[in-house]
Each structure stands twice: as structure tokens, then as C-alpha cells.
Design a protein around this ligand. Structure first.
Ligand code: SAM
Length: 312
């Protein structure tokens, strides 16, 4: 399979989150940027417009928790007005989805990935650090009713069981939405809760239990059809090389660092260029990143310092 064209930009609009997922943003590991060190919403808009000029057609807003950033509704509307961006999507933990649904409806954002690892309230509170499961489910159901195209992202940390995974798959199937199981990556401070084998065990179990039928690769996910169901089940395993092959994404972190790869130890700092009005510099940085990504055949490095700032 050839690498897709580089047409996808993922922007983490904040490093703040209202959850403390053990594998993403552990309490002991909270190093947040000062307000002035985060890109402003206008600066994110500028980056997206420059990227659209260079052939980016898909934009995903993530975080931290993007729906917790004040002014996010205005940003979603501004991004919706950019010509050339055909696909606008949001990744959220879903806790604020119900409250922010009017902002989504008022924008052109119609694809929402909700991160949900368990339907067990006690485990949810333990893994995510807050008793928000009912709010997340209410948000998902309201968003489906409002016509949003939804997907669930379930991180398979060490506590994911095959029963828990089956419940999530059935939850998705009942609602006609795709569910994707993601290998938990050992980011800084979260090594203890991540075991790369867990997602493989879930895949093997669900293939048999649901009679899954392979349906190729969708971006970085191995997809399966569920016979008789509209929902598909996917598996994302970043530690496998196949992950790179399907990836056409650039990433901009909440601090404005442009990365060609989730695993890249460093990137290009767009913030000084944006603050000094150097749009030529921003554009050149994007062109350089697209060129480097196009010619890259595999991992650039193997460090992820913190998921919450980069945005997954
Ligand atoms: N707050 C939003 C959320 O919870 O989805 C967006 C930010 S979160 C960093 C984006 C995605 O990263 C989540 O969907 C979660 O599945 C994924 N993620 C976070 N930590 C991870 C880890 N250690 N390994 C794999 N995926 C992770």
C-alpha cells in the first residue's frame, strides 16, 4: 500500500483537558504551557488557511480537550469558512459534547470522534479521573440525533478486557457507529498502564466473537466489517510499521510546533513566525514538512513526550 498524499492537518488547539486519563495526561505529569505560549485561535486559523493553500483538504481539531477551550465555537466557524477544506472533524472526550453541540451544528463540522474506553462507570472514573461517563453517553446520543457522523476511539490500556471491548463494540453497533481500538502508547509518565499486546488480544477475540470480516486499511486503522451491521470495527497499532504507511498527516501542537510524525522528537516552531507576521515563513515550513513527509519511509524517531499537547 502506498502512502496517501499529505492532505491532512491535525491541530491540537489546547493542552488543557478536563480529564486526566492515566495513559495520556497523568496528574503527576502536568506541565502546561502558559497562555501566551499557546497559539491563539486566530493563529490556528492562519495556519489552517496557509495549509489549505498547499493542498490540505482534511482538518481535525483535537487537544487537550478542544471543547474546553473558550472561543472554540468561533474557531470552528472560522475554520468552516476556509475554501478547499472538504473534511472537518473533531476529536473529543465527549464530556462537553452536549453543551457544545450548537457550536458544531452552526459550523460545517460533521465528523466527531469520541474517546471512550469503557462503559463501566467505576473503571471510567478510575482511568479518566472523573465520573463523566453519563455525560459522555448523553453527548454521543445527542450528536447522533443531530446528524453528526460519529466514531468511538477506545484506548486499550492494561485494564482493557475482552468483555469491556465487546461491550464497546456492541454499544457502537446499536448506534450504527464505528469503533476503533487503539494500542496504548507508553508516553511519558504512562508506561505502567500501557501493554502493547492488549489490543492484539482484543482483535483476536472480536474477530471470532463477532465474525469480523477484513475490510482493508482506513488511514492508520485496520478495518473489519461486522456481518449484518452498519458499524465497522478498527484496530490502530502505532508500534507496527503499517501505521506509517497509511499516514498522510501533519500535526500542529497547542504551542504551534509543526510535526511530520506523532513519533517525531521535534518539529518546526511556527509561533515566532505567526507572532511576527511572517506568513512566508509559515508557508515555507509547511512546504518543507510536506516534502519531508512525502519522502519519509518509516519512523523518524520514537519519542512522544506528552499526548495531551500533541493531540494524539
Ligand atoms: N481530549 C480529546 C480526547 O480525549 O479524544 C482529544 C485529545 S486526545 C490526546 C486524542 C486521542 O489520543 C484520544 O482519542 C485518545 O484515544 C488518544 N490517546 C491519548 N493517549 C494515548 C496513548 N497513550 N496511546 C494511544 N492513544 C492515546
Amino acid at each position: 500500500m502506498d502512502r496517501p498524499g499529505i492532505n491532512y492537518l491535525r491541530m491540537s488547539i489546547t493542552d488543557r483537558c478536563n480529564l486526566r486519563c492515566a495513559y495520556c495526561s497523568p496528574w503527576q505529569d502536568r506541565v502546561r504551557a502558559g497562555r501566551d505560549d499557546l497559539l491563539t485561535l486566530e493563529e490556528f486559523g492562519t495556519v489552517a488557511r496557509e495549509a489549505a493553500h498547499l493542498g490540505i483538504t482534511k482538518l481535525r481539531v483535537t487537544g487537550g480537550e478542544p471543547l474546553a477551550r473558550p472561543g472554540v465555537g468561533r474557531l470552528l466557524s472560522d475554520l468552516s469558512d476556509i475554501g478547499g477544506i472538504a473534511d472537518l472533524a473533531l476529536t473529543t472526550n465527549g464530556t462537553l459534547l452536549l453543551a457544545r453541540l450548537p457550536d458544531l451544528i452552526a459550523s460545517r463540522f460533521r465528523r466527531v470522534n469520541v474517546h471512550l474506553d469503557t462503559l463501566d462507570e467505576a473503571r471510567y472514573a478510575e482511568v479518566c479521573g472523573a465520573a463523566e461517563l453519563p455525560a459522555v453517553i448523553a453527548g454521543i446520543d445527542a450528536a447522533i440525533s443531530a446528524g453528526m457522523r460519529m466514531k468511538l476511539n477506545a484506548v486499550c490500556d492494561a485494564g482493557m478486557t475482552v468483555d469491556g471491548a465487546s461491550s464497546l463494540a456492541r454499544f457502537g453497533m446499536q448506534r450504527g457507529i464505528d469503533v476503533r481500538f487503539i494500542e496504548a502508547m507508553p508516553v511519558a509518565g504512562a508506561g505502567d498502564v500501557c501493554h502493547p499486546d492488549v489490543v492484539g488480544g482484543v482483535e483476536e477475540f472480536l474477530r471470532d466473537a463477532l465474525g469480523l470480516v477484513p475490510d482493508g486499511q482506513d488511514g492508520v486503522a485496520r478495518q473489519y466489517q461486522v456481518p449484518g451491521q452498519a458499524s465497522r470495527i478498527g484496530f490502530i497499532t502505532p508500534s507496527h510499521k503499517q501505521f506509517c504507511v497509511g499516514c498522510g498527516k501533519l500535526r500542529v501542537s497547542s504551542r504551534g510546533v509543526l510535526r511530520t510524525c506523532l513519533f517525531a522528537g521535534s518539529g518546526t516552531d511556527l509561533l515566532p513566525m505567526l507572532r511576527s507576521g511572517d506568513l512566508v515563513g509559515v508557508r515555507e515550513a509547511l512546504v518543507g514538512a510536506i516534502e519531508r513527509k512525502t519522502s519519509c519511509n518509516g519512523r523518524e524517531g520514537c519519542e512522544i513526550s506528552t499526548m495531551v499537547g500533541i493531540g494524539g
